[in-house]
Design a protein around this ligand. Structure first.
Ligand SMILES: [Zn+2]
Length: 638
């Protein structure tokens, strides 16, 4: 979460995969809120050691632009390779090597322009460079669009013979076979071209969401006890849903959700069309279901998704136990849906950035000296952009170009969450570094399915380390409570979303009509089931069941489940690393070193974890119950 992870693919331009935050970020609002570039603001003076040094990528902006022009000039050579792949093994290798080289150069150009632009949105030069980089990626994509169809046309038999004959094709073999695997899901040239032409139409549903929430809906205002008037749009809702005054929280929910309810028909039409598009596309491409089509991109078995949903449902008593504990800690007579967000314990401790570094290094000890020393070396270099600044993007991410050290973008605020974010992003950073060091460019890029495991494992190790060092009961309760809340938000809530996506697509695949009313019904059932309404754990007002209309991630279906699978796998591996000694550690590090040399499901299976089995989900539930055992013991002592 909180980051952008790079995914490399042999057959296509370098791409940035946006890693959507586990807590619903409001994508549409952010897009609209991005202001037109203003005159460059004077950047405040910050010690350079807290900013990054991009010179290992390019010495200067002029160098960057010269390289961009050189790359664009080389695109004709790449396009001229079309039609040569089937000739012989040597020609195939030469063509793929040439395309790889251009992709690698493009990645470096893109990383430099992109990450630089996020440090100051108000600098028009940075924004222009980023636009040029995006345009360059598009041109590279167009110049190599023929590649996958041509490989499929040459066919498996001939390609396999080439791979056997030419050792230099070894690093391209995985990408080639992956392209061949997708042949049976690829349509004729004419149909693919027609579908590609329709892409803007088929992906426009989220624009309707963005326009409605940002422009068309007249959001209500409420007055807070301090006299402040706030508008309850998506941003106002997120800012006030954790208000310390319970009556205010309830009023926020009672005012905000009925607005989505009022627009459920239109929002339902927009989302329903997105679901239809997915179902139709899956059928056209010979997939049994929309979920299978979506998971096919990384060759993840559908059983992973269905096991996640089934095991999470079995584990709901653990989530209900958490709500009861939360009720006890907040000292409430009962617990409502509007009581989920206020913190259970406050920690009065500041974490300056340098301490975040020291703590993360100490917490990484179970990963071995080599890992710690490498991380320490990155911390000593200028790889991290640390503090918030005027014009700087919000959030955090990690990105790196092959052949150089990874970069981490933060908005450090001296609180524990910032320490955890540092550990998370450098979890990604070390994954990138280890994959790059052990794989050729073509096989280094890892998918999101693996990426978040590396990052969340680091967060869990940090949390366990903080607990081992905590001096007071309050501090212990704080770290335990944070860990619980992460499991609710990243595991249970994301699986609830995943189940909604499954249910809406299943309904259309059964031939049922999918309206806003129907979606509210599906969501209501989920919301009540997950929050224990029937068991008397939490009362859910029907008005809150329009929440589905607010979740922007539903316009990118079958994606957020990976946050839930990742935290489950991370819980499993953290246990292994902490108790299994060197063997368990090496087993885990092998996953990071593997990069994208195989499908993520298979990489994990080789490390002993079958994501289609109950094991990871049970590891998470066990950890969550153990945390609550300890918290209850601490509370009883009071
Ligand atoms: Zn992440």
């Amino acid at each position: 979460m909180r980051d952008r992870t790079m995914r490399r693919h042999l057959f296509g331009a370098a791409m940035v995969a946006l890693c959507i935050g586990a807590m619903p970020a409001v994508a549409g609002a952010q897009q609209v809120a991005q202001q037109q570039a203003k005159p460059a603001a004077e950047a405040p003076k910050v010690d350079p050691k807290y900013t990054w040094d991009l010179s290992p990528l390019f010495k200067s902006a002029a160098d960057w632009d010269a390289e961009r022009k050189a790359l664009l000039a080389d695109l004709d050579k790449v396009a001229a390779l079309k039609g040569t792949l089937g000739k012989d093994a040597k020609t195939l290798r030469a063509a793929l090597d040439a395309i790889s080289a251009v992709n690698q150069r493009a990645e470096r150009l893109l990383v430099y322009a992109y990450i630089d632009s996020t440090t100051n949105q108000r600098d028009p030069q940075l924004q222009e460079r980023r636009n040029l980089a995006v345009a360059m990626s598009g041109q590279l994509g167009a110049a190599t669009a023929w590649l996958a169809p041509e490989v499929q046309e040459v066919g498996a038999e001939r390609i396999e013979a080439f791979i056997k004959a030419e050792p230099g094709l070894a690093k391209h073999a995985f990408g080639l076979r992956d392209t061949l695997r997708l042949k049976k899901h690829t349509l004729t040239k004419e149909t693919e071209a027609a579908l590609a032409a329709f892409t803007p139409v088929l992906q426009s549903h989220s624009d309707i969401y963005g326009l409605m929430t940002n422009a068309d809906i007249d959001w209500p205002e409420i007055k807070l006890p301090d006299g402040k008037e706030v508008t309850l749009n998506n941003t106002g809702y997120v800012q006030n849903r954790q208000h310390p005054d319970r009556e205010v929280r309830k009023r926020v929910f009672d005012t905000f959700w009925p607005v989505y309810g009022q627009f459920a028909d239109s929002m339902g039409a927009a989302l329903g069309a997105r679901v239809q598009a997915g179902v139709i596309s899956a059928k056209m491409r010979n997939y049994p279901t929309a979920v299978a089509a979506s998971l096919s991109a990384n060759n993840i078995p559908e059983a992973v998704y269905r096991t996640l949903v089934a095991e999470t449902n079995k584990g709901l008593p653990t989530l209900h136990r958490y709500f009861q504990l939360r009720q006890r800690m907040l000292n409430l007579p009962d617990i409502g849906y509007y009581d989920i967000y206020p913190p259970m314990v406050k920690l009065d401790r500041k974490f300056p950035f340098d301490e975040a570094v020291t703590l993360t290094l100490a917490a990484s000890k179970p990963l071995g000296d080599r890992y710690v020393n490498e991380l320490k070396a990155f911390a000593a270099k200028r790889q991290t952009h640390v503090y918030p600044a005027e014009g700087k993007d919000s959030g955090a991410y990690q990105w790196g170009a092959y052949g150089t050290d990874p970069f981490v973008f933060l908005n450090h605020q001296d609180d524990y969450n910032s320490v955890s974010t540092y550990a998370h992003e450098w979890g990604h950073g070390m994954h990138t570094a280890l994959a790059n060091a052990n794989q050729p460019f073509e096989m280094a890029g890892y998918s999101l399915f693996l990426a978040e495991i590396a990052a969340i494992t680091k967060e869990i190790l940090l949390s366990d380390y903080m607990l081992s060092q905590a001096e007071t009961k309050e501090e212990r309760l704080f770290y335990l409570g944070e860990a619980l809340e992460q499991m609710r938000g990243t595991f249970f809530r994301q699986t609830m979303f995943a189940e909604f996506e499954l249910a809406t697509h299943d309904a259309v695949e059964r031939g049922e009509a999918l309206t806003g009313t129907k979606m509210t019904e599906i969501y209501c059932d989920l919301l009540k089931r997950y929050h224990g309404a029937a068991e008397g754990v939490m009362k859910i007002d029907d008005a809150y069941c329009s929440e589905w209309a607010y979740i922007p991630h539903f316009y990118r279906p079958f994606y957020v489940y990976q946050y839930a699978t990742s935290i489950a796998a991370a819980a499993y591996f953290a246990d292994q690393i902490e108790t299994g000694g060197e063997k368990a550690r090496e087993n885990y590090l092998a996953i990071l070193r593997a990069g994208g040399s195989d499908y993520p499901y298979d990489i994990l299976k080789r490390a002993g974890l079958d994501m289609a089995s109950p094991a990871p989900y049970q590891a998470l539930l066990k950890r969550m119950d153990a945390i609550m055992d300890e918290m209850e013991k601490l509370l009883d002592q009071k």
